[in-house]
Design a protein around this ligand. Structure first.
Ligand code: HEM
Length: 514
């Protein structure tokens, strides 16, 4: 009897000790709130190693709510891995921009980076020598001086959008997609034949994008939390087969330009220059194929979404739209000069602050990439007495920053005037981060900004865009993905001048350029 009680007691003591040890271990590994005595930013409770620290659905929205609840910078724990979320403008300036040198790196991404991209996608490339080579090659072709040379093809394609909308207003979102695809294919590969969304090449590229979005979604692949799964036979078969599909497509596209160069038929393009200067950039054939292929992935969908979000903003905010049109009528007028140049031109941009403010506000109102892309800290960053530890994954959450109540009072309200000073000039003291942060800022921003400007200038000059009273727009119906797409929505495009005159003006541009 005594010995039985003793055994029970010993067992109980053992169990209690094990439990205490586990609690201590848990506290040490999971709940430790400080690094070298400096606390981590506040945040929700830690998760276990295999559990995803990021919310499963509505990621950007939930993180924005957590920023409002816990503070401008928050930390999440997944095992001993720290995820930092930066959610306000001044914190983004201090951390993502001023400390940009410590945030050039990307976190390891097994699903999207290693299996799908085989380590060749610039967007997911870690900092280092290879990244610098890729970035330099892209920068050379997309920096402001180079971007200026694409204006003419952007104007031509933006005019086609007006014609497409005159013919078929219902599919305005597809027209924006076609615009973006045409421009990127021309910039990247010199493709000068008209592009349709149904072109086999475009369909294949959209598949590539779909796969990328699936692989990128945080928490979608267990392997990103448990890397050992990579060695499990058959694991990630889909991702690997998608990689072969995209590599094949990117190689074919590069080879087509090579063929055109051999017969001296190649138009100027990113790939042509890359091939000519390939040895300077030290890039292999497959690296060049991927770099060019992923430009489309990075630039087409984003540009189309930005244009569509501006159209939605115009339809939902008639007063804001009317102010832009008043300005357009004053600067451009319905009768400026003769027929051809009476519509807006790139040179008008500086004289159109209302339009610029409208675009800034639309991109803030509905950020194109609500959760941004992850960076990785390569050294401890101390911000206001809190530590962002080396090795942490750092997100600048665009949606949370867009809702910063100090930088953007009444942040849910669509108000382009917030971007203008008392003299009606664009303010230089506020900013949003549509194109990301620091040294990873989008290298395509100069091309993208010109695309958004020329499309909106032509659209708002040509049409009054209105909500269809029988089909009100649900401004919250957006996909929960890295690039967030508006659900299909109806808008009315009412020509602001005679339809025939508008059509002939849009058609003439191409002829006169010939
Ligand atoms: C409105 C259109 C666009 C938006 C909103 C956008 C947004 C972004 C964002 C948020 C990033 C990540 C920045 C970061 O890591 O902090 C990025 C990266 C990138 N973008 Fe864009 N982008 C647009 C258009 C374009 C275009 C037109 C191109 C190419 C022609 C392009 C090429 C790239 C590339 C290559 C990267 C990877 C850069 C790197 O990881 O170092 N983007 N973009």
């Amino acid at each position: 009897m005594v010995s039985e009680s003793l055994t029970k007691l010993t067992w109980l003591a053992g169990a209690t000790m094990t439990a205490s040890l586990l609690v201590v271990l848990y506290k040490k590994l999971l709940a430790c709130p400080a690094v070298n005595g400096i606390p981590l930013p506040p945040g929700p409770p830690a998760r276990w190693f295999w559990d995803n620290a990021l919310p499963r659905a509505n990621i950007a929205r939930t993180l924005s709510d957590w920023v409002s609840q816990y503070g401008p910078v928050i930390s999440l724990r997944q095992g001993n891995h720290v995820i930092i979320v930066v959610g306000r403008v001044d914190a983004a300036c201090d951390i993502m921009e001023k400390e940009g040198g410590a945030l050039v790196d990307r976190p390891r991404s097994i699903a999207a980076g290693e299996l799908l991209s085989n380590g060749m996608r610039i967007l997911l490339e870690g900092s280092g020598e290879r990244f610098r080579r890729l970035r330099k090659a892209v920068h050379t072709h997309l920096q402001p001086k180079a971007a200026e040379t694409y204006q003419s093809l952007q104007m031509e394609n933006a005019r086609n959008v007006i014609l497409d909308i005159l013919d078929d207003p219902k599919h305005h979102q597809e027209h924006a997609e076609r615009y973006a695809a045409s421009v990127i294919l021309r910039v990247t590969y010199g493709k000068s034949t008209p592009t349709a969304n149904t072109d086999p090449e475009v369909v294949r590229i959209h598949k590539v994008l779909e796969h990328f979005q699936l692989a990128m979604r945080p928490g979608a692949h267990l392997i990103d939390r448990i890397p050992i799964l990579k060695h499990l036979p058959g694991y990630g078969r889909d991702l690997i087969s998608w990689h072969h599909e995209e590599l094949q497509l990117f190689r074919e596209q590069l080879n087509r330009v090579k063929g055109e160069m051999a017969t001296e038929e190649a138009s100027p393009s990113f790939v042509k220059t890359l091939i000519q200067h390939g040895s300077e950039h030290h890039l292999s054939n497959d690296e060049m194929s991927y770099l060019a292929g992923t430009l489309f992935g990075a630039g087409a969908d984003t540009t189309a979404v930005a244009i569509t979000n501006c159209i939605m903003a115009a339809a939902c905010h008639p007063e804001a739209q009317a102010r832009v049109q008043e300005e357009l009528d004053m600067v451009v007028g319905p009768n400026r000069g003769t027929h051809l140049f009476s519509s807006p031109l790139f040179e008008d941009e500086e004289s159109l602050p209302q339009l610029q403010a409208f675009i800034q506000e639309a991109l803030r109102w509905k950020p194109v990439t609500p959760m941004g892309f992850p960076h990785r800290a390569t050294k401890d960053i101390i911000w206001r007495g809190q530590c962002i530890p080396a090795g942490a994954t750092v997100f600048g959450i665009h949606l949370a920053i867009a809702r910063d109540p100090v930088a953007f009072p009444d942040a849910e309200k669509f108000d382009p005037q917030r971007w203008l000073d008392d003299e009606g000039n664009l303010r230089t003291d506020i900013r949003f981060f549509t194109f990301g942060f620091g040294r990873r800022v989008c290298p395509g921003q100069h091309v993208a900004n010109r695309s958004i400007f020329v499309n909106l200038a032509l659209l708002l000059w040509s049409f009054r865009i209105a909500e269809n009273p029988r089909a009100p727009i649900d401004t919250n119906a957006f996909s929960d993905s890295v690039i967030s797409h508006a659900a299909p929505f109806d808008a009315e495009f009412i020509p602001r001048m005679d339809r025939g005159a508008l059509r002939s003006m849009m058609e003439k541009y191409g002829e006169i350029r010939e």
